[in-house]
Write a protein that binds this ligand. Structure first.
Ligand SMILES: Cc1cc2nc3c(=O)[nH]c(=O)nc-3n(C[C@H](O)[C@H](O)[C@H](O)COP(=O)(O)O)c2cc1C
Length: 315
């Protein structure tokens, strides 16, 4: 499998707790090119956690598929890579250099690697050296407290990354400060390897604008795909609105995928997705959410969901 960077590539961003196998397989049907696992701790992988191993699984639709790991200890990273190497259904191993969460940062992982570029470089080199996958990639932010994006991006390239994805904020910017698309463009201008732009891309017009403004090789969308996995089709096929019927079918399919993957517990895990799916201007959405929050039986939950999305009109 090779990635064709001759035209823009569309990535689903990794979102811990959201972009699991059921969600990714739903998004895949709307034309996203590359899907990425949720962030997987290299420690948990190396020490053989069963829950973590389940996170490696992909749907048969997901090719090319990227597994994102977090880590900084070279030995642990090597052991995590060995485990991923045993799966022949993975095309990319991605290193997380963006996660701002204190639990991750305090272990010198995620965005903390941006404060120690030597360590970051070694982590990338370790993946590149031991991985048997076609691609090694890195997902970065623009810096930790301050921007030093060019320096960071160059270390990624020099350490053997085949491409990078850039969330256009620093770690201090968390998920709210304005995304600096000029800085993403500067990175694209400097590097020889492909660069994927990420951050606050939430419509087809914004997607077009970001591609033009940054000249990047693709875009990565996260939060805007939650509750609206069809955004990739809207962008690719230039569609303004989707029909209530399509939304209903997507919600039911997603729900069924959750049950297949998680068993009955999928009903509870699906609540957060229903909250976003029901935000498209439906009447009675808050009553629906109250009702579904109290239901854990799959059959009854399905009836409630079908009834809400079938008999509802978008306001
Ligand atoms: C709930 C949540 C979970 C996230 N989990 C991850 C993750 O596991 N790995 C990662 O690299 N980034 C993670 N991110 C960051 C996103 O991948 C992305 O860079 C960021 O949300 C900006 O893109 P967006 O505006 O399209 O969502 C997460 C973000 C959110 C909001």
């Amino acid at each position: 499998m090779t990635l064709d960077f001759s035209k823009p590539l569309y990535f689903l961003a990794p979102l811990a707790g959201l972009t699991d196998l059921p969600f990714r397989s739903v998004v895949k049907k709307f034309g996203v090119d590359v899907t990425v696992s949720e962030m997987i701790s290299s420690n948990a992988l190396a020490y053989g956690s069963i829950k973590t191993k389940k996170m490696l699984e992909k749907s048969s639709l997901e090719t090319p598929y990227s597994i994102q790991i977090a880590g900084s200890n070279e030995d642990i990273i090597k052991r995590a890579v060995d485990i991923i190497n045993a799966r022949d259904d993975v095309d990319i191993i991605d290193l997380n250099c963006g996660c701002p969460v204190p639990k991750v940062v305090n272990n010198l992982q995620g965005s903390a690697l941006l404060t120690d570029l030597k360590k970051m470089g070694k982590a990338i080199e370790t993946i590149k050296k031991y991985s048997n996958k076609r691609y090694t990639s890195v997902k970065i932010r623009l810096g930790f407290a301050e921007k030093n994006h060019i320096e960071i991006a160059k270390v990624c390239q020099e350490s053997g990354a085949d491409f990078i994805a850039v969330h256009g904020r620093t770690r201090s910017g968390k998920f709210k400060t304005p995304v600096d698309y000029d800085a993403i463009a500067e990175i694209k201008n400097t590097l020889k390897i492909p660069v994927i732009a990420n951050g606050d891309i939430d419509s087809k017009d914004k997607a077009k604008w970001v591609l033009k403004h940054t000249n990047c090789d693709g875009i990565m969308i996260g939060r805007a795909a939650v509750g609206a996995p069809w955004i990739f089709k809207q962008i690719k096929d230039d569609i303004d609105k989707v029909t209530p019927n399509l939304i209903k079918d997507v919600v039911i399919e997603h729900f069924e995928q959750m049950l297949n993957f998680y068993g009955d517990y999928g009903v509870i895990l699906f609540r957060k997705h229903l909250h976003t799916y029901s935000k498209h201007g439906y009447k009675g959405a808050s009553e629906f959410r109250d009702k579904i929050n109290r239901e854990s039986d799959p059959k009854i939950a399905k009836e409630i969901i079908e009834d809400f999305f079938k008999n509802n009109k978008l306001s």
